[in-house]
Design a protein around this ligand. Structure first.
Ligand SMILES: Nc1ncnc2c1ncn2[C@@H]1O[C@H](COP(=O)(O)OP(=O)(O)OP(=O)(O)O)[C@@H](O)[C@H]1O
Ligand SMILES: Nc1ncnc2c1ncn2[C@@H]1O[C@H](COP(=O)(O)OP(=O)(O)OP(=O)(O)O)[C@@H](O)[C@H]1O
Ligand SMILES: [Mg+2]
Ligand SMILES: [Mg+2]
Lengths: 255, 255
């Protein structure tokens, strides 16, 4: 029974897609069967794994009821890692879904068919709290929250915890916070240290021990359509994500 | 007649709010009368200027028809710079507006009352192409596009140009691209140089000469509720934004 984790934060550019691609790839390299769902119309997780978004086989076709998930799943250059690709057409869902019955449960229903096939399923979310992110939080068991150590990201954290509370009460009673991940961390910035201490004291029990440091190989890898572990397995970025995979497994043992 | 510029890019974390706050402040310090509209429910431009979001006086109340813009405008710690503050309630507009008459023109109508009072009006947009960003693009004369020199930001550029085309044909025939601004530029990254060359060759006539370099003072300033020019007028970040203001004025002389 695949464990479903949404990777969400309405603040933009905090490392959601980078975490989704590289944590999924690290678990796949450790021989777990992993599925990554790209639920962002920008389709960054899709192109970051070297797959060209297709107007035929994409998650929008499934959310709008035209296809099943099994019709669009594809393998990636990383063994054991499958992808449900996105496409810019997904922007349409934000406008169309509000008029549909049980609109919050579309993704949860789609995942029932494939959940048995995978150990872990991740959902990369767009930077918003719109109907697509609501679908992800309704389908998920847990939420992993990447955060940058800067003032705007800190302010958004309490709003996100508040939203998770609303979703738990309205649509998904099992939803829990898996953890808060300090990402794109730059040790040279005094402010980053100050903010990380504030986060650790605010939501202590959630913060991952693992920190993902800013590393140029992490920025370069997606331009070649690869996770950082496939791009340069020896770099610090790869170490960080392998360490993260280990800590994630301890928090979420295989069911 | 205030010149209206939307600062937009659906890619998250590329420096929209940082550009909105600091370009507005630079023009205000040069003695132009400036208004900044925070159209993002995250309300980062509001808190970045030291203003606590209020559930009473905010842009959501105006968009939903409960108040006029003049009811919510407030001055900031920067002379000549006023703000129309945001609040998390603005998330409601994404869900409510779809059922309202002429929903794309709400902001354009609101701005008619105040346009005479300012030389320049800026709109900080959220990282999405939803109804709020459509409102900003419908109300604006020009669009300024901050972009980071990394692969995901590059892929989003053509989608944004495509969206601007759609808005121009459907709602706002005057809408033009003011420019593309390379922001958060890190000269040490080989990838940044490669991507910036691609951007310059792709949309050559739009790219601003001014580049905003990555600078720790720029990240620190909003945590004290100040634009970087008020925080540390002598730092490189302040130079960059004063230079940007000069180039912006050459492209958009006062009407
Ligand atoms: N640890 C890191 N070191 C260096 N660069 C990083 C790191 N993590 C992310 N980045 C870069 O920062 C940018 C933003 O990251 P990413 O796109 O993953 O954020 P996001 O939260 O998914 O953005 P969006 O809100 O648009 O979905 C990307 O260019 C990415 O390559
Ligand atoms: N030139 C710069 N140097 C250093 N840090 C910067 C610079 N520009 C922006 N930042 C920092 O990068 C982060 C993202 O910037 P910002 O919030 O302005 O982006 P945004 O596009 O408005 O994000 P969102 O998509 O969430 O609205 C902020 O912490 C900001 O302080
Ligand atoms: Mg992303
Ligand atoms: Mg912003």
């Amino acid at each position: 029974m695949g464990h479903i984790t949404a990777i969400a934060n309405q603040k933009g550019g905090v490392g959601k897609t980078t975490t989704a691609i590289n944590l999924s790839a690290a678990l796949a390299i450790l021989e777990y069967r992993v599925l990554l769902i790209d639920l962002d119309p920008q389709a960054n997780a899709t192109s970051g794994l070297g797959i060209t978004p297709s107007s035929e086989a994409n998650i929008y076709r499934c959310i709008s009821g035209q296809k099943q998930l099994t019709d669009i799943l594809c393998s990636t250059n990383t063994p054991n890692l499958d992808l449900a690709p996105s496409h810019i057409d997904l922007v349409g869902a934000e406008i169309e879904l509000p008029d549909v019955e049980e609109r919050e449960y579309r993704l949860a229903r789609l995942l029932e068919d494939v959940r048995e096939r995978y150990d872990y399923i991740f959902i990369d979310c767009s930077p918003s709290l719109g109907i697509l992110t609501v679908n992800a939080l309704t389908a998920a068991d847990r939420v992993l929250i990447p955060i940058q150590c800067e003032i705007f990201a800190l302010e958004g954290l309490s709003k996100l915890f508040h939203t998770i509370e609303i979703i738990r009460n309205a649509y998904n009673p099992h939803l829990e916070v898996d953890g808060v991940l300090l990402s794109m961390y730059d040790k040279r910035l005094r402010l980053a240290k100050m903010i990380s201490e504030k986060i650790r004291s605010g939501v202590k029990e959630y913060v991952y021990e693992t920190v993902i440091y800013r590393n140029s190989k992490i920025t370069e890898a997606p331009s070649l359509g690869q996770p950082v572990l496939m791009y340069d397995a020896a770099c610090r970025g790869s170490d960080n994500f392998l360490q993260l995979a280990g800590e994630f497994l301890r928090r979420n043992p295989v069911k």
